[in-house]
Ligand binder design. Structure first.
Ligand SMILES: Cc1cc2nc3c(=O)[nH]c(=O)nc-3n(C[C@H](O)[C@H](O)[C@H](O)COP(=O)(O)O)c2cc1C
Length: 164
């Protein structure tokens, strides 16, 4: 019974611990402000949603600096990190500051920054915004994307991992 489950009290720390056992690929989700300034954050809360039409979603913390710009721009790009991108994941997991610096990015078809060296990327236009507790769920229609050979960066139980 779903209602019985949803009313079970879940301790926040325990919730985090259990979630940590779900191995996730690491992404940097990017967008731009009204002046074209790039914003981005490390995110594992990414999933594919639909093949026809091609839809994906990302969940963005309402307290993050990037958050308002996802609303105003209406576009985002999801950049899949490769195994040698741990330093980028760490950089983009610190709030604010000049994250892009020397990073090789290009503007892409939507205007959201695409990491030139990403293992894969999807350029999206937001078609729906859904409240998700302390996060906002941005549902995006994929307008472009590509991927290259390489190994992914994986996050599992609070640590960066590689496959094999
Ligand atoms: C492995 C990992 C996964 C994360 N996943 C998410 C996520 O899915 N959504 C999110 O909003 N923040 C996530 N974060 C936290 C953001 O990266 C962090 O809050 C970041 O500082 C926000 O940047 P900003 O405030 O400059 O926008 C994650 C952090 C790490 C280390």
């Amino acid at each position: 019974m779903l209602s019985a489950i949803s009313h079970m009290p879940v301790d926040k720390q325990e919730f985090r611990r259990v979630l940590g056992h779900f191995a996730a690929g690491v992404t940097i989700v990017t967008t731009v402000d009204e002046d074209g300034k790039p914003y981005g954050l490390t995110a594992t809360a990414f999933t594919s949603v639909s093949l026809e039409p091609p839809l994906v979603l990302v969940c963005v913390d309402k307290r993050s600096e990037s958050h308002p710009h996802f609303h105003t721009s209406g576009v985002f790009a999801v950049n899949f990190l490769a195994v040698d991108h741990e330093h980028l994941s760490r950089r983009f997991a610190v709030s604010g500051g000049e994250k892009f610096g020397d990073l090789a990015v290009r503007s892409g078809t939507t205007g959201a920054p695409v990491l030139v060296d990403a293992l894969g990327y999807l350029e999206c236009r937001t078609i729906e915004v859904v409240e998700g507790g302390d996060h906002t769920i941005f549902l995006g229609q994929v307008e472009a994307g590509d991927a290259r050979e390489g190994e992914p960066l994986v996050y599992f139980r609070g640590a960066y991992r590689k496959i094999s």
